[in-house]
Design a protein around this ligand. Structure first.
Ligand SMILES: CC(C)(COP(=O)(O)OP(=O)(O)OC[C@H]1O[C@@H](n2cnc3c(N)ncnc32)[C@H](O)[C@@H]1OP(=O)(O)O)[C@@H](O)C(=O)NCCC(=O)NCCS
Length: 255
């Protein structure tokens, strides 16, 4: 993996991720995240299958390394009505084609940090999202102890709209996540009394759902076969709001 020369200012360029990045992309993900992603995820990224991505490379490196990834961001477009933040968008039911961009993974190799690379990658996603007429926001999850990332999103004017208790399950331990949103193209959070009431009702409904999920989980613990199954299968799916990071994952999100 490339390292910046100590006395040399790197020349960082941004480009889409492509098939030749497959190996290094997998390597960096496994270095940076407490998740093992399935090969299918990386193949979808490098082939641009339902996933958009940007790579950061250091052109000041020697020829054999000057196109090697030193940072990346991956994201996908989701329908607002099917997303978990449909309720916190001032959502117009007449415009059912409204979309959002969900950031899946973001990372910069350690030796290139604090140079503004992640900020630039996020700006690329914001620019891209703004260019999609139907897109109303960019959003992501971040684990509650990831201070560098939280600092970064706040600096980039993302708003923390929710704390999701026990959202992640890593090696048998639950961790909260923050849900960060950046509105684009006139997207906004609800502000009329009726809109706020709808949000509160939906929030309470989600709370009840999460409570019943917990009860269900506790019930499940009584059955050793079920709990073993939970530890060995990824629970990530488009519609699920709780993540088990002990296993391989095809659909992924920032941690
Ligand atoms: C989070 C991450 C992507 C940031 O990448 P980066 O290229 O260093 O980010 P930038 O240089 O654009 O900005 C970094 C900012 O975080 C700040 N920062 C760095 N470490 C910090 C810490 N421990 N606590 C608070 N802020 C911190 C820097 O000071 C800088 O802010 P500033 O511009 O106000 O000084 C990088 O640390 C990383 O890859 N981490 C591991 C993977 C990860 O956590 N990904 C995000 C998942 S949601």
């Amino acid at each position: 993996m490339v390292k910046p020369k100590s006395l040399h200012r790197p020349t960082i360029c941004y480009r889409p991720i492509r098939p030749s990045d497959l190996q290094i992309l997998e390597q960096i993900h496994s270095d940076l995240f407490p998740i093992r992603y399935e090969t299918e995820f990386f193949e979808n990224v490098v082939n641009g299958r339902d996933i958009v991505s940007w790579a950061a490379v250091d052109r000041s490196q020697p020829n054999d390394q000057n196109d090697e990834l030193i940072g990346f961001i991956t994201a996908k477009i989701v329908l607002a009505k099917e997303s978990e933040i449909g309720d916190i968008l001032s959502y117009d039911p007449l415009k059912s084609d409204q979309t959002l961009v969900y950031i899946l993974t973001l990372g910069v190799v350690e030796t290139y940090r604090n140079l503004g690379i992640a900020s630039s990658l996020i700006r690329e996603v914001i620019k891209y999202s703004s260019s999609i007429q139907t897109c109303r926001a960019v959003y992501l999850h971040v684990i509650s102890y990831n201070n560098p990332a939280i600092h970064l999103y706040k600096k980039m004017s993302f708003k923390s709209v929710r704390r999701l208790q026990g959202f992640y399950l890593i090696n048998g331990q639950h961790y909260d996540s923050y849900l960060f949103v950046y509105y684009v193209n006139g997207g906004r959070s609800p502000c009329s009394p009726l809109e706020l009431l709808t949000v509160m009702v939906s929030y309470m409904r989600n709370g009840l759902k999460s409570m019943s999920a917990r009860l269900w989980r506790n019930e499940g613990k009584k059955f050793s076969k079920w709990s073993k199954c939970k530890e060995t299968h990824c629970l990530i799916s488009k519609t699920q709001s709780r993540r088990n990071l002990t296993a391989e994952c095809t659909g992924c999100e920032c941690v």
